[in-house]
Design a protein around this ligand. Structure first.
Ligand code: T5A
Length: 205
């Protein structure tokens, strides 16, 4: 039986997820909430090995279906062995990316059939879904310029701008499809501006 709440944070490259995560953890802890921070792909021993395979430049090209199935293989491990156990003992879980990333990157970016993604989603997640998703939205040029100023890019970050434009559009479409769960946050301005919006929506949980 799930007792804690499950929050995910998502968005295009350089939207500022990692930057905001510390704030979210501290904000919730200040309210007396125990938070487990995790990430996708990854979060478990098996998931981190799959992450390395997915993101390492040395992996090279991979069929889009293979990429999708690896994302869901890592997610299955993550849900079964980390997320659900934490929620069952009453902790809250904050995941840096989750299933919306698969719809945005493999669906929007790679152009995979959405029905295929939803079949895997039904298999791996059944009726499990985040209580809230913070979708940090930023124009792709701004996000990528932030990533570029950081240095080396991973296998997926090496994609072209039109790929990330499709990713962003797919995220926006999902926020319209699930407006109660997915909170669209403007992350194009200052870090503080993003933080204020996040605090406002967290207070509604
Ligand atoms: N993936 C993942 C899929 O394709 N399918 C899936 O199902 C899943 C789960 C994972 C990759 O895997 C893909 C998507 C990704 O390509 P990741 O570990 O989540 O990658 O890493 P990224 O998304 O690449 O994370 P980034 O670190 O690039 O982006 P963040 O975390 O959104 O950005 P952050 O906070 O590191 O900020 C980047 C820079 O911008 C600055 C920060 O200081 C930092 O230098 N910054 C700002 N600057 C100005 N104004 C602001 N408001 C700023 N906010 C942050």
């Amino acid at each position: 039986m799930k007792k804690g709440k499950f929050i995910t944070i998502d968005g295009v490259e350089g939207a500022g997820k990692s930057t905001q995560i510390d704030f979210i953890c501290e904000y919730l802890k200040a309210k007396g909430i125990q938070v487990v921070l995790t990430r996708e792909p990854g979060g478990t021993k098996v998931g981190e090995k799959i992450r390395e395979l997915l993101l390492s430049n040395s992996t090279g090209d991979m069929h889009a279906d293979t990429e999708l199935m690896l994302m869901f293989a890592a997610r299955n491990e993550h849900i079964q062995n980390k997320i659900m156990p934490a929620l069952e003992q009453g902790d809250w879980v904050l995941s840096d990316r989750f299933t919306d990333s698969s719809y945005a990157y493999q669906g929007g970016g790679r152009g995979l059939d959405i029905n295929r993604i939803s079949q895997l989603e039904s298999w791996v997640m059944q009726d499990f879904t985040p209580d809230m998703t913070l979708l940090l939205d930023v124009p792709v040029e701004i996000g990528m310029s932030r990533v570029e100023s950081r240095g080396k890019k991973d296998r997926i970050e090496m994609e072209k701008m039109d790929f990330f434009d499709r990713v962003r559009q797919a995220y926006i479409a999902r926020s319209k499809e699930f407006p109660d769960r997915i909170k669209l946050i403007d992350s194009s301005k200052t870090i503080e501006h993003t933080t204020e919006q996040i605090a406002t929506v967290l207070d509604t949980l």
